[in-house]
Write a protein that binds this ligand. Structure first.
Ligand code: PLP
Length: 343
C-alpha cells in the first residue's frame, strides 16, 4: 500500500501491518514441522517467551482464543467450572468455546468499574463440594480489560485468594504488555501469581498472527494435545513465530507511545461538547456519541480515510500504525464534523 492510500484505523490494535523489518525476519526464518516439534523458530519463541515472563514452558498457537481455550480445557475437565468476569473475553467473546468444546461451565461474575472482580464475589461464587454443583476449579482474570489495568496489589490478592481456596489461576494477558509498560514493571512482575498466561502477539505488539500460552512444563505438554485436537497444530509455523519473536524483542516498550497517543486523542476529543469521552489508562478508551450523529459521522470519517467502530458507545484504539500526526488529524476531522452538526 502506498502512503497515499493509508487509512487511520482506530478500530483495534489487531489491524497493524507487519513492518519491513518484521517481514525480513519472517522471510529469513528457519522452519521445520512444528507438530514434530522440529521448527527452530517456534521452539525459540516458546523458550524466549517462557523466560521473558518467568514460566517453565510456552506453546505457540494461531490465536488468543485458542490459547485461552487450551488453558481452560487443561485446567478444567467435564463438569468443572471457572470463575470469570462478565465482560471477559474468555466468557463473552470466545463463542462459548469452553462450554461447547470443553464441557466446562463458566461462572460469570460482574466486573467492577475498574475491571476487577470483587474479592468477596470470588469467594462467594466458589461452590461447596456437593454433587449438585459444578466443581469450581479456576479463576480466570484479564489484564488489561477493556483497556483498564488491574493493579499488582489486586492481582496478588485475587490470585492468593484463589490459590488459598484450591483454585488454579489463568490470566488472559492478550494485552499484558500494555499493563506492564503502563505500570513501569517487568513482564514477570505483571504475571506474578498466575499459574498460566495467554499473551497475544498480534495485538499492540504488531505481529500478524499468533499467541503464546505459558505455564508449567507438564501443563504445556497436556495443552499440546488439546491444541492438536482444536486444529492448532501447525507445520512450518516458524514464518509467523519469527514475527512474534521480533515483536517481543522490539515492540514492548514502544507501547508507551500508543498510551500517549490514546491520551492525546482523548484530550482532543473531550473538547468537543457533543461527546462524552472516557480517560484512557492504556491504548483503549470509550466515548459516547449522540445516536443521531453516528451515521453521518461514519460517512464523514470514511471520506477522510479514518476507520473507527462508531456507535453510541464507541471504542477507540491506538497502536503502532497510528502516529501522533494521525491523532492530530483525527481530532481535526471530528472537530470539524461536530462544528457543523446539529441534532
Ligand atoms: C484479542 C483478544 C484475545 C484473543 O483474540 P484472538 O483474536 O483469538 O487472537 C483474547 N483476549 C482478549 C482480551 C483479547 O483482546
Amino acid at each position: 500500500m502506498s502512503k497515499m492510500d493509508k487509512w487511520i484505523d482506530l478500530r483495534s490494535d489487531t489491524v497493524t501491518q507487519p513492518s519491513d523489518a518484521m517481514r525480513a525476519v519472517m522471510a529469513a526464518a528457519e522452519v521445520g514441522d512444528d507438530v514434530y516439534a522440529d521448527d527452530p523458530s517456534v521452539n525459540r519463541l516458546q523458550e524466549y517467551a517462557a523466560e521473558l515472563f518467568g514460566f517453565e514452558a510456552g506453546l505457540f498457537a494461531p490465536s488468543g482464543t485458542q490459547t485461552n481455550l487450551i488453558a481452560l480445557m487443561t485446567h478444567c475437565g467435564r463438569g468443572d467450572e471457572y470463575l470469570v468476569g462478565q465482560e471477559a473475553h474468555t466468557y463473552k467473546y470466545e463463542g462459548g468455546g469452553a462450554a461447547v468444546l470443553g464441557s466446562i461451565q463458566p461462572q460469570p461474575i460482574a466486573n467492577q468499574p475498574d475491571g476487577s472482580i470483587a474479592l468477596g464475589d470470588i469467594e462467594a461464587y466458589i461452590k461447596p463440594d456437593d454433587m449438585h454443583f459444578a466443581r469450581t476449579r479456576l479463576l480466570a482474570l484479564e489484564n488489561t480489560i477493556g483497556g483498564r489495568v488491574l493493579g499488582q496489589d489486586y492481582v496478588a490478592a485475587a490470585t492468593a485468594l484463589a490459590h488459598g481456596k484450591g483454585l488454579a489461576t489463568h490470566l488472559d494477558g492478550a494485552r499484558i504488555c500494555n499493563a506492564a509498560v503502563k505500570q513501569g514493571i517487568s513482564l514477570r512482575a505483571a504475571v506474578a501469581g498466575f499459574d498460566t498466561v495467554s499473551v497475544c502477539l498480534s495485538k499492540g505488539l504488531g505481529a500478524p498472527v499468533g499467541s503464546v500460552l505459558l505455564g508449567p512444563k507438564a501443563f504445556i505438554e497436556q495443552g499440546k494435545r488439546w491444541r492438536k485436537m482444536l486444529g492448532g497444530g501447525m507445520r512450518q509455523a516458524g514464518i509467523i513465530a519469527a514475527a512474534g519473536q521480533y515483536a517481543l524483542e522490539n515492540n514492548v516498550q514502544r507501547l508507551a507511545d500508543d498510551h500517549d497517543n490514546a491520551a492525546e486523542l482523548a484530550r482532543g476529543l473531550s473538547r468537543i461538547e457533543q461527546l462524552k469521552v472516557g480517560t484512557p489508562q492504556t491504548n483503549i478508551f470509550w466515548m459516547d456519541i449522540p445516536v443521531a450523529a453516528c451515521e453521518p459521522l461514519r460517512q464523514a470519517l470514511a471520506r477522510e480515510r479514518i476507520r473507527a467502530s462508531i456507535g453510541p458507545k464507541t471504542r477507540l484504539v491506538t497502536h503502532l500504525d497510528v502516529s501522533a500526526a494521525d491523532v492530530a488529524r483525527t481530532v481535526e476531522v471530528f472537530t470539524a464534523f461536530f462544528a457543523g452538526w446539529r441534532a
